[in-house]
Design a protein around this ligand. Structure first.
Ligand SMILES: [Zn+2]
Length: 382
């Protein structure tokens, strides 16, 4: 999975269903903080740190702009500075659903504090607390004595190893044994894909190797998250994170390489990454065979249902997206593939683009997809 701005609506709806069945109380609508007993708010430093955190939460943290409460050195053009933005602050009204409760504000050094906050919903039936994220951010005091927030990533990976191969800088924990061959393979893969599809220079890539999806989330500042992912890119920052413990993660590398098309609909964005890079160590061919087997077993496929139920039908979503990207390239090479990938993010316009690229009305999308399955499978379904 790659998660970014365009995915936030889907993520929002999914999370509301997962962890929150009733709106949070009105007092928390603006992100007003609740504190646990561990937070010593009688301490002047702690109060100052809480104030900057409160101000940040009230300053539209879902928006990417020159936020005055964040460390200036971490803000650069339109890059993401709060790497938890798309995970936690994915919509302007999240505080209607998720209450922030500060669990601790503690000194790491005189000028550096960590802030841990639980964002949680409530179960409508019994009022049981349903956590969405245990969030960590840092507050650093600058030379003027002002506190500014700082992302967890540089703090939590300060003692990690770093090694560069070509255009990729690998960043990994001291416990990881660096695999130079896989690292070379990743760099060669980038060069090959970029040449084949005539893509813009993706710039330097910072590739963080984590042993698990929880470790991936943790270094971003999420000590717990309701639905962590195995892979993630921040295209604008050139950051790629792998939760599979490997130097080679083609799916996420494709996301970085195709970042000039990152404004397209998620379905196509994931489609091209799945076509070229597979998904969770399975190739598109393997995924297509599994999809075909499910249809042969009597399973049904609806294009609209797939788009509207991404969480439940994610494998189909990735597979069908991959099939359409591959077919566009087969029919019309780079020109037709890029025409498809330049489809707008809005769903209806994206569907119209698929209609135009394949010259097929929406009512026949299911038939189009079935026609792209291996011939023996198509015959058995008919
Ligand atoms: Zn992806």
């Amino acid at each position: 999975m790659s998660c970014n701005v365009m995915f936030r609506t889907t993520l929002f709806l999914m999370l509301i269903c997962l962890v929150c069945q009733m709106p949070a109380q009105a007092q928390a609508d603006k992100g007003e903080l609740q504190l646990t007993l561990r937070v010593n708010s009688s301490n002047n430093e702690v109060r100052s740190v809480l104030e900057i955190w409160q101000n940040y939460l009230a300053s539209r943290p879902d928006s990417l702009y020159d936020n005055p409460y964040w460390t200036p050195e971490e803000k650069d053009a339109d890059k993401e500075f709060d790497l938890t933005r798309t995970w936690v602050f994915f919509a302007p009204d999240i505080f209607q659903y998720f209450t922030p409760t500060v669990l601790s504000v503690e000194a790491e050094s005189p000028d550096l504090y960590s802030i841990r906050t639980l964002f949680h919903g409530l179960n409508a039936a019994d009022g049981v607390l349903l956590p969405m994220a245990l969030h960590r951010v840092y507050a650093r005091r600058n030379e003027n004595g002002e506190w500014r927030l700082s992302s967890a990533l540089p703090h939590l990976t300060a003692d990690w190893q770093r090694r560069s191969i070509g255009r990729i800088s690998f960043v990994y924990p001291p416990t990881h044994t660096f695999d130079k061959e896989l690292a070379r393979r990743a760099n060669d893969y980038c060069n090959k894909v970029r040449r084949k599809f005539d893509l813009q220079d993706p710039g330097h890539i910072y590739f963080y190797i984590c042993d698990s999806k929880d470790e991936l989330a943790r270094i971003l500042g999420l000590d717990y998250y309701i639905r962590p992912v195995h892979g993630l890119v921040y295209e604008r920052n050139g950051i790629l994170l792998s939760g599979l413990g490997s130097e080679f993660y083609p799916h996420e590398l494709v996301h970085v390489l195709f970042r000039e098309f990152s404004d397209t609909h998620r379905f196509l964005h994931e489609g091209v990454a799945t076509w070229l890079g597979g998904s969770l160590r399975e190739s598109l061919d393997e995924l297509v065979l599994q999809f075909a087997a499910s249809l042969e077993d009597g399973g049904s496929f609806s294009f609209k249902r797939m788009l509207n139920n991404v969480a439940e039908e994610s494998t189909t979503y990735y597979t069908v997206g991959g099939m359409l990207c591959r077919e566009a390239y087969r029919r019309g090479g780079n020109v037709l593939l890029k025409r498809l990938l330049r489809a707008p993010a809005e769903e209806e316009e994206m569907l119209q683009r698929i209609e135009a690229v394949f010259d097929v009305p929406q009512s026949e999308f299911e038939a189009l997809v079935v026609s792209l399955l291996p011939e023996s499978v198509v015959t058995s379904i008919e």
